[in-house]
Write a protein that binds this ligand. Structure first.
Ligand code: NAD
Length: 484
């Protein structure tokens, strides 16, 4: 059992004011494997006060980027020495197969180092000669950040939120998802051991109410949120009222457009990842697959075979390629969408329920719906499970229109042997991210969405820049010399 009775606030591990606790359940065994505080309003108040104090009066913000990089690199090294432990926690909390965790955790640390490199290369002062005078454009940390994460990639999302915010000089209150809070304690320990000044990083565990109290607190300058579109909308309203800076990575309903000249092996490799990776609990998932009528039957049969090739089961078994869904709630939700699809008239080509013999644990079969129509709920709403809906089109214009007919705009793909056609489709689909002949999550380029998929970008150099405010200092001739 991983029982945590304390939260990191103001540089100290403290017992929370709140008496409430959250049980962490392992989705493959349904057993309780941990317990963390469910932070209340008083705990939120103290964490924000500590972060505010650290930002307004502490040393972190005044340190050079190079000094901050040294501390954060030290923390990443400490985490690097605990990769197996982190991987085990992630697998136990969310059911990510160990074979995938073994790649994802070191990958997240590499991404953290990449962000440090970006910060190192990014000039923080630029002097511009304007018609009126010289102007120094200075990048300053945005302030105290509330960072709120989902459960579908606990460690890698944490690193992508924490490192860019801290390296720019911000202070942070970090709240992981209530389903997957355990690895965040290791991150907090590493940051403290590496010498991060008190109050710069504060850890609060809790659920929706903790998150909402954090967002509402007037001491917060910026909210960085990854999660559902519904919560993002509430947060956006709240932040709008007080002009808090906002970064929202929300849901998706991304379309993979398969053109009639696509290579079947390349397409299936991309769709295997795009539709089913992480048990489909991926915001960027290709949950709509658009097939040309001329090759509909061939590709549909291949996609069903691809779905059936996943080994669903115990995430701690190295042979497993698909673990359970994260929670009982998510299990019910995905199963209910399987009923919705059937009721709407879509046809199950494979899957459609709980895998035989896996009644314990939140397992669901990788599922392919054929004969789907873009007006169906299974094509409009985010299911967040291993469920692909296959739609038919006749012309490329039609396919692009279907792809764009969505409230979301996070990701998408085209599969084709013709680079000209690939480029044309990529330009015409309205999303924040797009991939050609693959499913790519590229942390070194901006990732994010348009429309209901969010605001801002969480990866690439833009992830670091998002934690800076620009200040212009209009200089007189004497002062200008100090900025050159
Ligand atoms: P969720 O919105 O329910 O919760 C996400 C986090 O926000 C949790 O920490 C939760 O406690 C907190 N929260 C919930 N409501 C809140 C509120 N009103 N105010 C403040 N905090 C609140 O989402 P989830 O079910 O944990 O995650 C799944 C969703 O996240 C999916 O819709 C998925 O598409 C999205 N997601 C998006 C990305 C992306 O980069 N675009 C990445 C991962 C997940």
């Amino acid at each position: 059992m991983n029982v945590h009775e304390e939260l990191l606030v103001g540089g100290e591990w403290r017992k929370p004011e709140s008496q409430a606790r959250i049980a962490v359940v392992c989705p493959s065994t349904e057993e309780v494997i941990g317990q963390v505080p469910d932070a209340g309003a008083d705990d939120v108040y103290m964490a924000v006060r500590a972060a505010r104090e650290a930002f307004d009066h502490g040393p972190w913000r005044a340190m050079s980027v190079a000094e901050r990089i040294e501390v954060l690199d030290g923390a990443l090294q400490l985490l690097g020495s605990r990769i197996d432990e982190i991987g085990t926690l992630v697998t136990a909390q969310m059911g990510l197969p160990t074979s995938i965790a073994g790649v994802q955790i070191p990958g997240a640390l590499d991404t953290g180092r990449y962000f440090l490199q970006v910060a190192q290369d990014e000039p923080v002062t630029e002097v511009r000669q304007t018609r009126l005078c010289a102007a120094a454009v200075v990048k300053e940390p945005v302030g105290v950040v509330a960072s709120i994460a989902p459960w579908n990639g606990p460690f890698n999302i944490a690193i992508s939120k924490i490192i860019p915010a801290l390296v720019t000089g911000c202070s942070l209150v970090y709240k992981p998802a209530p389903e997957t809070p355990l690895d965040a304690f290791l991150i907090a320990e590493a940051l403290t051991q590496a010498g991060l000044p008190a109050g710069v990083f504060n850890l609060l565990t809790g659920g929706r109410e903790t998150g909402a109290a954090l967002v509402a607190h007037p001491g917060i300058d910026k909210v960085s949120f990854t999660g559902s579109t519904a919560a993002g909308r509430d947060i956006g309203r709240q932040c709008g009222g007080s002009f808090k800076r906002l970064q929202l990575e929300l849901g998706g309903k991304s379309a993979a457009i398969v053109l009639d000249d696509a290579d079947i092996t390349t397409t299936m490799t991309g769709l295997a990842m795009g539709c089913f990776f992480n048990t489909g609990q991926v915001c960027a998932a290709y949950s709509r697959v658009l097939l040309p009528t001329s090759r509909y039957d061939e590709f549909t049969a291949a996609l069903a075979k691809t779905a059936e090739s996943f080994v669903v089961g115990d995430p701690f078994d190295p042979a497993t390629s698909m673990g359970p869904l994260v929670s009982a709630r998510q299990h019910e939700r995905v199963l209910s969408y399987l009923d919705v699809g059937r009721d709407e008239g879509a046809v199950i080509a494979t899957g459609g329920g709980i895998p035989p013999g896996l009644d314990k644990g939140f397992y669901v079969q990788p599922t392919v719906f054929t004969e789907a129509d873009n007006s169906m709920r299974i094509c409009r709403e985010e299911i967040f499970g291993p469920v692909a809906s296959v739609l038919r089109y006749d012309t490329v214009d039609q396919a692009i229109a279907i792809a764009n007919d969505s409230d979301y705009g996070l990701h998408g793909a085209v599969f084709t042997a013709d680079p000209q056609r690939a480029a044309e489709v990529a330009r015409r689909v309205r999303t924040g991210t797009f991939s050609v002949n693959a499913f790519v999550y590229n942390t070194e380029a901006p990732f994010g969405g348009v429309k209901n998929s969010g605001v801002g970008r969480d990866t690439g150099p833009e992830a670091v820049r998002a934690y800076y405010e620009l200040k212009t200092i209009n200089l007189d001739a004497l002062t200008a010399a100090l900025f050159n």
